[in-house]
Design a protein around this ligand. Sequence first.
Ligand SMILES: C[S@@+](CC[C@H](N)C(=O)[O-])C[C@H]1O[C@@H](n2cnc3c(N)ncnc32)[C@H](O)[C@@H]1O
Length: 283
Amino acid sequence: MDSGEISLSDREFEAVRNKVYDLAGISMSDAKRTLVVSRLSKIIRRLNLDTFSSYLDHLDRGASADDVQEFINALTTNLTRFFREDHHFAHLSEHIGSIVNNPANPNRSRLRIWSAGCSTGQEPYTIALSLLAAYPKLKSWDFKILATDIDTNVVEKAQTGLYKAGDLSGLSPERVKLFDRDSDGTVRIPEHARSVVTFKSLNLMEKWPIKGPFDAVFCRNVAIYFNKPTQEKMFTRMGELLAPGAFLYIGHSENLNSVADKFKLVGKTIYENKLGSSARSAA
Ligand SMILES: C[S@@+](CC[C@H](N)C(=O)[O-])C[C@H]1O[C@@H](n2cnc3c(N)ncnc32)[C@H](O)[C@@H]1O
């Protein structure tokens, strides 16, 4: 069988774009054309189809949920790394310190953080490792990190808690020490950090079966794939799940200008929730 790429007409590209927007809210630019061809051609051939049109027909009629998920998985961009945009973790640590060591509330023991669009897990594990190192008493708290992504492949990979040695490159020796190593060099997330993170597949465009309030939400480098109205709706919903005065961390090229009435910019891509009172009663 010919294993080459399948040609993609303008009309077919438009239909792929509409489909990924309808399913995942992702607005794909013209620059993604090559990516569409290379990633979807393999799937089309494996399904014994030979054109994009026949594949799109298949997705429209009678494709299994797995086939539709495979289409979505193929078109997501999952770039991430440990301690990415590390000023966020310094700010988070200070914020959590003020909760953990708050003399006015010595009986508090609940902490919730959401990593929305967590990809292969480096972001939620960085949160877990850095906070547990800074505040060992969190080990006895009701401390949970929810980590979600639409892409089921990355969620499955994240759940293993296993990474390649190269995934730690560029980290300081102090940070490298936070990870366990197998004798073959495999990097392993230590159990105390793994156990506080729960991974789930979740499409941010659909219902969120999630209860707040969260003390922090990370939604970084996810909204760049969405158009402005989609971003506005999503960030508004996140604001409702954040505790009053809690923080939303977004990606380096993103902003919350469209929901400026709900969030206050307090640092580089760090926003404080002005609202959130509805989430308090749902906890
Ligand atoms: C570039 S990664 C960002 C990973 C991490 N937050 C970071 O900044 O390093 C973007 C992630 O958003 C996810 N994503 C895209 N559309 C989504 C949607 N509709 N619902 C949930 N996750 C989505 C992708 O699958 C991908 O893993």
